[in-house]
Ligand binder design. Sequence first.
Ligand SMILES: Cc1ncc(COP(=O)(O)O)c(C=O)c1O
Length: 399
Amino acid sequence: MNVQSDPNLQSDLIYFDHAATSFPKPAAVNEAIADLLQGGAVSPGRSGFDLGRELGQLVDGVRAQLDRFFANPADDPNRTVFCANATDAINLALGGLCQPGDHVVATVMDHNAVLRPLWMLREAGTISFDLAPADANGFVDPADVAALLRPETRLVIMTHASNVCGAIQPVSAVGALCRERGIPFLVDAAQSAGLLPVDMGAIGCDLVAFTGHKSLLGPTGIGGLVIGPDVDLAATRWGGTGVRSAQRAHLAEYPFRLEAGTLNTVGIVGLGAGLSWVQAKGADALRQQETNLADRLLAGVADHPGLIVQGFTGEETTTLGPRRLPVVSLTVADKEPETVGMFLDADWNIAVRTGLQCAPLAHEALGTAPLGTVRFGFGPFNTLEQVDRAVAALRHIAG
Ligand SMILES: Cc1ncc(COP(=O)(O)O)c(C=O)c1O
């Protein structure tokens, strides 16, 4: 598939799958990646030849940029380690923190990136876990998290914002109660980074898992874990680091402790360019811009009885309000989400995500399991005209 070069696809593709991954990327991201590939995507390092040293500095520059972005109170960029994505970062945190017998608390709003590692660790007999419930709009009550904490609770995990309905979770309140009890707290910022401040000090969290390819506007295959000053993770994979090669054991210091093998320099440089673009525009402004698009969709479908926006029980459905990121899930009466997605794609060239979106328990909370929803995620290059076309398409499909 080559969307760029196929005029039929490229010219009028309307892409609303930004909650899965953002597309297109800012030109600066494409250019940074192309420049690196053409100009010197060599092995980055602290020793050796100039080009390698320069690339090593570039990588560390992005590390420092991310450290500042997430306001890690450790104030040590080396405690930001690069991973393949948020899933990888969450696995790294769980593997590096949990010992046999430990207990973990997460929530039903979490993505399979959290739920499946927990499930697999429980199946292996390593940990036990409990999930805090959510209300019918996808919001978790911190009191429900507090009620699940036990003396052996080793970690609390919470997604910052739902990838199904955009519900922003009360991470600061959960951070405060974790602080009180000395329990490490991991925030899954896959959806929020780039749209909401993810300030580790203000939230009171110890770990942030992020992914580069959503609202940070980088390429796929790059993400990371930010490690606060009060936790330490054991390494669960080992290998080459490019320094002190004669040493038998894997290096104990960050970032090497948790980074083994050649880094994804292309992804890191692309992520750095994406983050710079986001910072230049301002996350608040980008959120507002995308919220306006979501609001246009909500207003456009509100009066149609066959178009049901999910996650707004008891609330006005014509605007996201302050408690949601620009992710809208809806269903169409008498039509399966998958069928609606197929019509949107085939007849209107509109890309959305249908089904359970890797968050099956969130759909149970919202009452949209097992078929899920039609999900619209908005990005910085979507326009009001595109939203109007989606509204027309939905109204046509709903009849
Ligand atoms: C809330 C949430 N957490 C985690 C992930 C996993 O991100 P990645 O696929 O980049 O690892 C996603 C991606 O869909 C997500 O929406």
